[in-house]
Design a protein around this ligand. Structure first.
Ligand SMILES: Nc1ncnc2c1ncn2[C@@H]1O[C@H](COP(=O)(O)OP(=O)(O)OP(=O)(O)O)[C@@H](O)[C@H]1O
Ligand SMILES: O=P(O)(O)OC[C@H]1O[C@](O)(CO)[C@@H](O)[C@@H]1O
Ligand SMILES: [Mg+2]
Length: 530
């Protein structure tokens, strides 16, 4: 350990570089109460003062076990790798708005259960550290220099999260130095920054998009961390989807490797609602609400003409949540096609047969299709080179246009009936809008939870609600898998029963599917929507 670096240096400068490997276990001591600490991969967090590392720090997980099968998947803390960090009383205790709240501070040991539907003999299972303000903080307000960056595709609520981070830092913690990084990750070294104050961000929650701009495509982690170091930034708020959270995880590792007193916080964003563990992602409610306008239009068009068919394409590259919830909300949809549920066109039980039946019975119908649905059959009929966007996401063929053409061709060929098909593609209209009231409140809670976590010294985590309680979730939990609609879950059954569409599935396959898949999201588990 470099004795030349005093503990006050660790307080005031992010350039605290040296540490003792034994501090890998400081958190264990720090966090210990009735828990038994079991770090399965106790790799020393740092080796030397040059910042070079050996071992796989990425695989390190901070697992704390307790009685009756209790497991805490904890998040890193600055004190894990920086010794002797001083703490300060939380300024919120003197804040007139908050000081009146009984038990405003969360208990140190509070954790949130991932599964809340249990049986008499179930183990207590996986828990995450509860989000919220702590009595002690690891930053003095005047020393905080925060920054905010938004990456990936747009989503309603980005501006609200930005606004609430800025206002929360200002008003709750008296933090006045906050930088907006322009244009996504690359903006750290290739673009300008914007000083953010409550005045600058006032009213931005009423606008769609992100005032900071965003980008896809790769970035240079080293350059980002250099920029963080050079600017003296010590709290980094990163808003983005799965790719962004992967990037945040790598940035965190680099920061830990360099031994910097910098908290890295991810705020999960994806309009597709495909982030695991959390109840839902912000902007999702707004998106499927906005989708109603397109579905209504399709319905009005379809029901006004004989054998009218309205086709609406909605976002959802790999997950059909927007299409499923928009369909369930509307009740005017006769068929919802999502990536998770394979379908076929021709023959008994196929889509064409169902359309014919529906038109005969009702004279019109509405089809909602998620952009990632049917890509397998589409690529069989249109052979093209696989293409990717700048971030490596597969670029999809336009399934809405394709299916509209297929339906038209089918009825033209079979001459069974003359149809009138209208295709509506509101893709970007449902995400380029401001967040609705419910998402605004949700974004505020996310921003506050993120701030409380960073001020309390937690780092390398994503924030989000788990069973309605906000929690700090390790990055790996958010990035290791994608949330999908489970078509053997009751929610999909509700959809099938509301549209009356065929399941397009062989019941035998459904049974084997059911045995292997278990929904993780609480959206599916029923707490919110049961
Ligand atoms: N596997 C990865 N590892 C590290 N960084 C990544 C990775 N994938 C993406 N990133 C970084 O995150 C940024 C955003 O990623 P991406 O374009 O995939 O959007 P996203 O965060 O997944 O959001 P969306 O929900 O809109 O897809 C990229 O510009 C890139 O710098
Ligand atoms: O056209 P862009 O900006 O790359 O974003 C489109 C994609 O982003 C998402 O909204 C979220 O990943 C997808 O559903 C969609 O395909
Ligand atoms: Mg993504």
């Amino acid at each position: 350990m470099d004795s030349s670096v005093s503990s006050s240096a660790s307080l005031f400068s992010p350039k605290f570089r040296c540490f003792d490997p034994s501090y890998a276990f400081t958190a264990a001591a720090h966090h210990k109460r009735s828990f038994v600490n079991s770090y399965p991969t106790p790799t020393p967090l740092a080796r030397n003062c040059n910042g070079s590392m050996t071992g796989s720090e990425n695989s390190e997980r901070k697992i704390v076990t307790g009685e009756a099968g209790y497991v805490l998947e904890d998040v890193p803390h600055l004190s894990d790798y920086i010794p002797d960090l001083p703490t300060y009383p939380n300024p919120l205790q003197d804040n007139p708005s908050y000081s009146v709240v009984k038990q405003y501070f969360v208990n140190f040991d509070d954790t949130v259960a991932q599964k809340i539907v249990v049986h008499k003999d179930s183990p207590r299972g996986i828990h995450f550290r509860r989000a919220g303000p702590r009595q002690k903080v690891y930053f003095e307000s005047d020393d905080v220099h925060a920054c905010i960056v938004t990456c990936g595709g747009l989503c309603p609520g980005l501006n609200t999260v930005i606004r609430e981070i800025v206002c929360g830092l200002y008003h709750m913690y008296g933090v006045h130095r906050i930088l907006g990084i322009e244009g996504g990750y690359r903006g750290f070294y290739a673009r300008n920054t914007i000083p953010l104050t409550p005045k600058v961000v006032n009213g931005i929650h009423k606008r769609g998009g992100t005032i900071l701009g965003t980008s896809r495509g790769g970035h240079d982690t080293s350059k980002i961390v250099d920029s963080i170091e050079d600017r003296g930034i010590n709290q980094v708020y990163i808003i983005g989807g799965d790719g962004t959270q992967r990037g945040a995880s790598v940035i965190f590792e680099e920061i830990r490797k360099r031994g910097l007193k910098v908290a890295v916080v991810g705020i999960p964003k994806t309009i597709d609602n495909d982030i695991p563990v959390i109840d839902k992602s912000f902007g999702f409610d707004t998106a499927f609400e906005e989708a109603q306008r397109a579905i209504n239009a399709a319905h009005v068009e379809a029901e006004s003409i004989e054998n009218g068919i309205g086709v609406v394409k909605l976002m959802g590259r790999d997950s059909g949540f927007i299409a499923m919830y928009a369909t369930l909300a509307s009740r005017d949809v006769d068929c919802c096609l999502i990536p998770e549920s394979p379908f076929y066109l021709e023959g008994p039980g196929g889509l064409f047969e169902y359309i014919e039946k529906r038109l005969k019975e009702h004279g019109h119908m509405v089809i909602v299709i998620a952009e990632g649905a049917g890509q397998d059959i589409l690529s069989e009929s249109i052979r093209t080179m696989d293409q990717q966007d700048a971030s490596g996401n597969k670029l999809l063929q336009d399934v809405g246009l394709w299916i509209s053409r297929k339906i038209k061709d089918h009825f033209a060929k079979t001459k069974k009936m003359t149809i009138n098909l209208k295709y509506i593609d509101p893709t970007y209209m449902i995400r380029a809008i401001r967040s609705n009231a419910s998402d605004n409140v949700y974004c505020t809670l996310l921003a506050h939870s993120a701030i409380h976590g960073a001020m309390a010294g937690y780092t390398g985590f994503t924030v989000g609600p788990v069973n309605g309680r906000h929690a700090y979730i390790p990055f790996y939990r958010i990035t290791e898998r994608q949330n999908k609609v489970v078509i053997t879950d009751r929610m999909w059954a509700r959809l099938l029963s509301s549209t009356n569409q065929p399941s397009f599935l062989d019941p035998k396959k459904i049974t084997s599917c059911q045995e292997t898949e278990e929904p993780e999201t609480q959206l599916l588990d029923g707490k919110i929507h049961a």
